[in-house]
Every structure is written in C-alpha cells, then in structure tokens.
Design a binder for this molecule. Structure first.
Ligand code: GDP
Ligand code: ZN
Length: 301
C-alpha cells in the first residue's frame, strides 16, 4: 500500500467526515475507529491540526489530533489566530461601546483583535483621524479600507495569510463585502455572514473555514454572537484596558476599582488626558454590568 502521513487543518466536519487541508490539497477524511467511541463530533473542530494518513485519491484517515492553542465557542473554531472586528466608519456610524465590548471579549478569549474600519470611501476625514488616534494610543492593530472599492486591502491580506481568522462586527458593517473583496470568486451574498447569527437559524454545528487564499482561513460564521460580557471578576476588568496598566500601581487602595475612590491614579490619568475619557466611560459601563451581575447571582453561576 502506498500510504503516507501528513499534517493538516480541519476546515469542516460533516456527516462523519472531515475535510482536511494539507499541503494545499483538500482531503476527505474519516476517523480512525478509536475516535468514534466518543460519539461527539465536537471533539474535533474546524481549525484543529490533525495528523492524517493519506489513502488513494483525496481520501484520508485522521490518526491523531494535535493539542489546541485555543478554542472559540462562537463560532466553534480551534486555534484562532485573530478576530477581525469590522466596523463601518459611516453608514452605520461606529458604535464605540460595541467596539470596546468586542475588544474585551477578544482579549478574554485570548485572541488577538484587529480593528478593520470599513467604508473609508464615504467616511468623513475627521472620523478616520479620530478612530486611528484613539486606538493607536492603546496599541491596537488597525486598518482603514474600503471593501466595496477594493481600496487598501493589501495590509490586511498580508495579516490573514497563514492564519485562522474570525470576523465579528455589527450587521451592515461590510463583513460579507470584505470577504468577497479579499477572495474574488467567493461571492457570498452581502449580508450573508451576519444573517447566520442574526436570525439564529443556523446552528453553529457546521461552521466552516473558508479559504481566502491557500493560506488564509476565515470562519464563515461571525464571532461573538453574544455581547454579554464573560464572567470577569470585577477586579480583573482593568486588565482588559491596556491603557490602564501603567497607572494601576498608583492608586491609594490596592482594591481600587477606579470608580469614585479617592487618590485613584486611573481617574487622575483620565483627567490629565492620558487615558481617553470615552474608553474610561465604557470601562465604567462594563464595570457596572459586572457588579450588577454579581449582585444578582453571587458566585458559581
Ligand atoms: P455585513 O452585514 O457586515 O455582512 O455587511 P455587507 O457586506 O452586507 O454590507 C452592508 C452594506 O454596506 C452593503 O450595501 C454594501 O454594499 C455596503 N458596503 C460594504 N462595504 C462598503 C464600502 O467599503 N463602502 C461603502 N460605501 N459601502 C460598503
Ligand atoms: Zn484607582
């Protein structure tokens, strides 16, 4: 028998088969019998790295699954390198509460966020300058582009190559248009990516990684369909606001939540213009959500 082993990435599981991308080729793989015992195909996720034995044609058998680096629940994808937070600069105007909420969700999931500001073609220049300054100051990777005009896509294309990405952002921001622009020939209907979560019709069982290029894999279902903050202990929330880090040691109380406490270094930094007030306001908003939740359901929810 002419068999050989190779390593690849699951891009989709369907009806007991897994489609594994290895060496630029797609293989239809079954599982070695030992895996079937678990009776749960969520044992394997798109994004999982597997070792397969290549049989004749494009067939193969999954011999082993390699350890995961991370695992996202919505959509269920393993080994996610980055989440693209896509927002329109105009029409609709960016919802900065949502931007900051998604930044917290991404950081909590341990996945690098990348801000994609779309519709640059219709954006007022001051808006572009505003968002760039705001998020550059907190060290975010960001791209300003126009998906529909196909403008300024090169930088983002480079970032997608050889990585697994998930796209998130409000409906109408241009997520489907962006994926189409990045992979001509893909032709998703616009609105399609968000429709999947918007109406909750699709179960997330059959999430698929789509190939924008041979090395760029993107989940076909948008990320973070819940905007509910994860259960972050209130004391940990400042850790999700990187601009607070240099100030945290300077508060009078070690238990300071930077809300109304006296001699709070974070509040002073806001007043001195070292922390953007808008970001701080969103911090307070999220903090109050978490405090309220702890009050209603103390411990072990
Ligand atoms: P999604 O809901 O995030 O998938 O958004 P769509 O891709 O469906 O886009 C929503 C609308 O915005 C559509 O009418 C698109 O044609 C439009 N759109 C997308 N990208 C751009 C862009 O770069 N510039 C402009 N002016 N419109 C865009
Ligand atoms: Zn403080």
């Amino acid at each position: 028998m002419n068999q050989r082993e190779t390593e690849g990435t699951i891009i989709k599981g369907y009806s007991g088969f897994y489609y594994v991308l290895a060496g630029g080729r797609l293989h239809t793989c079954s599982l070695r019998g030992k895996f079937r015992l678990k009776g749960d195909d969520r044992v394997f996720l798109p994004g999982d790295r597997v070792r397969i034995c290549v049989l004749e044609g494009d067939k193969g058998v999954i011999e082993a699954v390699l350890p995961r680096r991370n695992e996202l629940l919505r959509p269920p994808v393993a080994n996610v390198d980055q989440v693209l937070l896509v927002f329109a600069l105009a029409s609709p105007d960016p919802d900065f509460v949502l931007v900051d909420r998604l930044l917290v969700l991404a950081a909590h999931a341990g996945i690098r966020p990348v801000l994609v500001w779309n519709k640059a073609d219709i954006a007022p220049p001051e808006r572009v300058a505003q968002v760039q300054a705001l998020y550059r100051d907190i060290g975010m990777d960001q791209f300003v582009l126009s998906a529909r005009q196909g403008e300024n896509l090169e930088g983002l294309k480079g970032l997608l190559e050889d990585r697994i990405s998930v796209v998130a952002g409000p409906s109408g921001a241009g997520k489907s248009t962006l994926l189409n622009a990045l992979a001509p020939g893909l032709s998703l209907k616009t609105g399609e990516v968000s429709a999947k979560i918007g109406r909750g019709r699709h179960t997330t069982r059959h999430v698929e990684l789509i190939r924008l290029t041979s090395g760029a894999l993107v989940a076909d279902t948008p990320g973070f369909s819940t905007l509910y903050l994860p259960d972050i202990p209130v004391q940990d929330l400042p850790g999700f606001f990187p601009e607070m880090a240099p100030h945290l040691g300077g508060c009078r109380f070690t238990s300071c939540l930077h809300k109304t406490e006296p001699d709070c270094a974070v509040i002073k930094a806001v007043e001195a213009g070292q922390i953007h007030r808008q970001r701080y306001d969103h911090y307070l908003m999220f903090l109050n959500e978490l405090i309220e939740r702890e009050r209603q359901a103390p411990k072990g929810r």
